[in-house]
Design a protein around this ligand. Structure first.
Ligand code: SF4
Length: 409
């Protein structure tokens, strides 16, 4: 079995479309995020939407909390590179206004819009326009009646909230539905989604709400979302981070790529953890490389390795990599040394070579240089380092001696 490929069977869900983006029914899992500008600020919101799209966001949500926001949406939607969903909380009229503005979908919080006639008015209009609605249940704003019935925001209460909303939608023949049952507690949201996936085949939007700032927020969101994705549950995802939303989009995209659920779009940067052999500050070079590649569409695996003694071998599966050695950077392609550059130019060289490989392939990159010369230079630096550091730069042998003394007395 090729364990790098995804093997888990996905839950079968119906398909809806948010603008031109399919969700559910075997479509690629999509990444969502939400703008944090005032929606009335058209230029500012569009700038953020473009940045989100560049970072891998497929669908964006903007709040529609007042008339000025709806008016802003009317100008934003035609200029947005990705479909726009209006986020509606308390005022059903804002949902009607957002549809008038031309949005591609709505998110309604059933805990905040509770009058059946209002829910049905919105669903009827969405039905006539062929627009999807996400039923966005949130543990923190559950309908008080359900909270009392279940003695708290339990998974059962959250699922019932979603089912109640679906029932209202069905009364007016509306079923372009996706659902989320988010909570800030990972075990609670995981269980709520599991239960929901058993009772409906509508597509599911996954998220851990109010996950907080990174890195804790990233960990919480990943724990919840990845757990469900690994079980085959989920059709679209959002990281809710207390951070620049571009971080949310990147995280979502990276998670899907890491799980093999989306094709790689940007680089996959791997870096050695560094050790006694490191010739450079690996963290600094890796961060600088990450920044230099930015959101460039180069779907290669790029390695940043601390030393030329072991780096090219340890990262021989990478498409391209750089290893430090004796104040020089050694570039390698598929484990083959191809060039030596001054340490200060390592990152620029890495980007330039990656672009070449992306365009012409690894074979062409290897063919354009004298690899024997590069290998000789690498061997020279390798032996200089070995002479200087010995072959036990991490003092592992000393530790082994101590371990043996400890164990054997
Ligand atoms: S041996 Fe070299 S490449 Fe491997 S972890 Fe140490 S510094 Fe990094």
């Amino acid at each position: 079995m090729d364990v790098t490929e995804w093997t888990h069977e996905r839950r079968q869900s119906r398909q809806i479309h948010v603008g031109n983006v399919p969700v559910g029914g075997g479509a690629p899992i999509t990444v969502q995020s939400m703008t944090i500008t005032k929606t009335a600020d058209v230029e500012g919101t569009l700038q953020q939407i473009y940045a989100l799209a560049a970072a891998g966001c497929d669908i964006v949500r903007c709040t529609c909390n007042e008339q000025e926001a709806a008016e802003g949406l009317a100008q934003i939607v035609p200029r947005s590179p990705i479909p726009v969903i209006a986020d509606i909380h308390h005022q059903y009229k804002m949902a009607l206004a957002a549809m008038e503005a031309g949005v591609h979908g709505l998110r309604l919080n059933p805990g905040n819009i509770r009058r059946p006639e209002h829910i049905k008015a919105v669903a009827s209009e969405a039905r006539d326009r062929g627009l999807p609605i996400r039923i966005g249940v949130n543990a923190g704003s559950l309908d008080p009646a359900l909270y009392d019935k279940y003695g708290g925001a339990t998974p059962e209460a959250m699922v019932e909230s979603a089912l109640q909303e679906i029932a209202y939608f069905h009364e007016v023949d509306f079923d372009l539905i996706k659902i989320s049952v988010k909570a800030s507690s990972v075990p609670l949201m995981v269980e709520a989604y599991r239960q929901l996936s058993e009772v409906t085949d509508h597509p599911l939007h996954l998220g851990v709400t109010e996950a907080g700032p990174p890195p804790a927020g990233l960990i919480k969101a990943t724990a919840g979302i990845a757990t469900l994705l690994m079980e085959g549950i989920g059709d679209t995802i959002r990281y809710s981070l207390t951070a620049d939303p571009v971080e949310e989009a990147r995280a979502g995209r990276q998670l899907l790529e890491a799980l093999g659920l989306r094709e790689r779009k940007n680089i996959d940067l791997i870096a050695c953890p560094s050790c006694g052999r490191a010739e450079i500050d690996v963290i600094d070079v890796a961060n600088r490389a990450m920044q230099a590649f930015g959101d460039r569409k180069i779907p290669l695996q790029v390695a940043v390795m601390g030393c030329v003694v072991n780096g090219p071998g340890e990262a021989r599966e990478a498409d391209i990599g750089i290893a430090a050695g004796n104040k020089r950077g050694h570039l390698f392609v598929k484990g083959r040394n191809v060039a030596v550059v001054p340490e200060s130019e390592m990152v620029e060289a890495l980007v330039e070579w990656a672009e070449f490989i992306h365009e012409h392939g690894a074979e062409a990159a290897i063919a354009r240089v004298d690899t024997a010369l590069a290998e000789r230079e690498a061997a020279k630096d390798r032996s200089t380092l070995l002479d200087a550091q010995g072959d036990d730069a991490n003092h592992a042998n000393e530790k082994i001696v101590e371990i043996r003394k400890t164990v054997n007395g």
